[in-house]
Design a protein. Structure first.
Length: 237
């Protein structure tokens, strides 16, 4: 079984591939390039849910894994966290991948797309896989919010937590990756390393290098779990 890992940008992709041993093969796709090491194909698909969904869908449909089909798709990268529950440099594995701003603004507040009578706003990774990856890496497990606009104020951070109690982090790609994986009937996972706090943007306080190092460490520890996962076992979404 092969595993497709989708990040937003090349620096995240490279942090993931550093976790895997062996020689690297590069597989050209139109507009993208898969970095292949062992059972893992890692792709920098672009920032935001639309780019992530398009890149993931194209990779899954490209035939790049024809000799050994994909059994799992992982959205990975760094992200902002609702600290102090998840401090800088810590790891998060999503037990829910939530589209936090997909819906409509109304006079009574925000309505998720599901309240409008169509679509979905959440994917649930296989619970057993979440538990195994969390145990292998020491990650916290909880909902990760996908947003199209990164939060930049305490007020917005508070509103997100009020709407999604227990959320651990926000990022921009997980839900897009999950949409593509679901249409290919594949399970999805999201792994985030915390680089900053959700809220006012204080770049001096960001710890991007530490988060990238944590991402490498996480995939080094989780690789046997991910590679050995049975894609038809405990599939939920």
């Amino acid at each position: 079984m092969r595993v497709l890992v989708v990040t937003a940008v090349p620096v995240e992709r490279d942090a993931v591939t550093r976790a895997f041993g062996g020689a690297e093969e590069r597989v050209a796709l139109p507009g993208a390039e898969l970095h292949r090491r062992g059972a893992f194909d890692v792709l920098a698909g672009g920032a935001g849910p639309a780019a992530a969904a398009a890149a993931t869908a194209f990779a899954l449909a490209s035939g790049a894994s024809a000799s050994a089909p994909y059994g799992l798709v992982v959205s990975a990268g760094i992200g902002g966290a609702f600290t102090p529950v998840t401090p800088l440099g810590s790891l998060i594995v999503a037990d829910g991948i939530v589209a936090a701003d997909l819906g409509a603004e109304t006079a009574d507040g925000f309505l998720p797309v599901t309240a409008l009578g169509f679509g979905r706003d959440r994917f649930t990774p296989p619970p057993a896989l979440v538990r195994e990856v969390a145990a292998a890496t020491g990650a916290a497990a909880g909902p990760v919010l996908t947003v199209s606009t990164v939060t930049g104020s305490a007020e917005r951070a508070g509103a997100l937590l009020a709407a999604h109690p227990g959320a651990l982090a926000e990022a921009m790609e997980g839900f897009g990756v999950a949409e593509a994986a679901a249409r290919a009937d594949l399970p999805v996972l999201e792994v985030r390393a915390v680089s900053n706090a959700v809220g006012p943007r204080d770049r001096d306080a960001w710890r991007i290098g530490d988060a990238l190092a944590a991402l490498t460490d996480a995939f080094g520890k989780a690789a046997p779990v991910l590679e050995g996962w049975n894609s038809h076992e405990d599939l939920e979404g």
